[in-house]
Design a protein around this ligand. Structure first.
Ligand SMILES: Cc1cc2nc3c(=O)[nH]c(=O)nc-3n(C[C@H](O)[C@H](O)[C@H](O)COP(=O)(O)OP(=O)(O)OC[C@H]3O[C@@H](n4cnc5c(N)ncnc54)[C@H](O)[C@@H]3O)c2cc1C
Ligand code: SF4
Length: 334
């Protein structure tokens, strides 16, 4: 049985108190929300930390509120509450769907949006016990000097596997962080960097308060598709959010966000395709676009080339849903 090492748990009741704990103990400190990612990683000695600051009793971080222009979702909102929220389901259906496909009912009741955005990267060589990793000589993320995914590579390319991130980016979400230096806001798209050892640009001293998502125009629609081997308790092996803007079946803009590649999602703007009809031809063209511009790595299970083909299929399926076209049997999708 894997045991948790000793650590100090701080349970502030105000944001000011939480920030003070983070500032006092950085860099040897982490925020803990649902703990569904952090605690297993501590048990696996993938993360070593002396201080945890809980957000459980910080009221401002819980729940969904609507303003005239935005939906604001507190970072400590449970994934199941997000998936069940009527406002989110109606206004941001792709986000509600993504939340509903995470883990299992227990994981969604414990796990939160903030924890999902900051979910540690995953790799078949790091999500193992310390004993297993040492047998291989470690890696750049675990006391070693080489990457087993990209031999000779200078950086860790472990995969961003958070289900809510692609739809958040597609909807243009803004993250709000606070630290002893004040409030900072940044598009969720800009929160990620190409370093699988620390891929989220949220400093140890910072607390993610909430994300704000602009209310989409009626002409904007987003579909999220996740491919995993199992229908439950499975991280995405390919995930795509397709956003198409346009009225009367004609595209005016949008984007494709592809994830489960490396540490950062790939965002492909579709402005250059404005004026095209939203139809089967567009589904084929966007499938080709992701095939050319986004490439899965052998960092998570399943053959990378198969995942690449699968990514194309998921993009085409998303476009067909948005175009109101019937689904085609898998054999006819190549
Ligand atoms: C069996 C199993 C299946 C899973 N399946 C999926 C899946 O299908 N898809 C998926 O996306 N995830 C999955 N997960 C991962 C995880 O459960 C979710 O990503 C969940 O949303 C993590 O949220 P949490 O609140 O538990 O995060 P925690 O474990 O509490 O924290 C995760 C990280 O986020 C940071 N963090 C949390 N809140 C804040 C904040 N407010 N400010 C700053 N940093 C913060 C923590 O410091 C830590 O680094 C699975 C996990 C398990 C154990
Ligand atoms: S991508 Fe390379 S460095 Fe990163 S966890 Fe995997 S094997 Fe280690």
């Amino acid at each position: 049985m894997l045991r948790l090492p000793p650590f100090a748990l701080h349970q502030p009741t105000t944001v000011a108190e939480a920030i003070a704990h983070l500032a006092a103990h950085a860099p040897d400190v982490r925020v803990i929300s649902g703990g569904t990612d952090l605690l297993p990683n501590i048990k696996l000695a993938q993360t070593r930390i002396q201080h945890l600051v809980s957000v459980k009793f910080l009221e401002e971080l819980h729940g969904v509120t609507r303003t005239a222009t935005h939906l604001r979702i507190g970072a400590a909102t449970a994934l199941q509450d997000l998936a069940d929220d009527e406002d989110v389901r109606e206004t941001l259906p792709a986000l509600a769907f993504a939340a509903s496909r995470i883990g299992s009912p227990q994981i969604r009741k414990m796990g939160t949006l903030g924890g999902n955005i900051s979910l540690d990267t995953r790799c078949r060589y790091i999500n193992q016990t310390e004993l297993w990793r040492e047998a291989l000589g470690g890696c750049l993320k675990s006391h070693g000097t080489e990457c087993h995914v990209v031999p000779g590579g200078q950086g860790c390319v472990a995969s961003l596997s958070a289900d809510t991130v692609p739809p958040l980016i597609a909807y243009g979400a803004i993250a709000e962080m606070v630290s002893d230096k004040g409030i900072r806001r940044a598009p969720v798209q800009d929160l990620f960097q190409q370093d699988g050892t620390w891929h989220v640009r949220i400093a140890r001293e910072e607390l993610l308060l909430a994300v704000e998502i602009p209310l989409p125009e009626p002409t904007t629609r987003v579909v999220y598709r996740k491919w995993a081997v199992r229908q439950s308790i499975d991280f995405p092996l390919v995930s795509v959010a397709v956003r198409l803007d346009g009225a009367d079946g004609v595209l005016t803009g949008g984007s494709i966000v592809v994830s489960a590649l490396g540490p950062r999602p790939r965002v492909l703007p579709l402005n250059a395709m404005a004026g095209r009809k939203i139809d089967e031809e567009l589904a084929q063209a966007l499938g080709q676009l992701v095939y050319d511009r986004a490439r899965p790595l052998p960092n998570i299970p399943y053959d990378a080339e198969y995942r690449r083909e699968r990514m194309v299929i998921e993009v085409r399926r998303a476009v067909r849903v948005l175009a109101g076209l019937p689904e085609r049997p898998l054999a006819q999708q190549a």
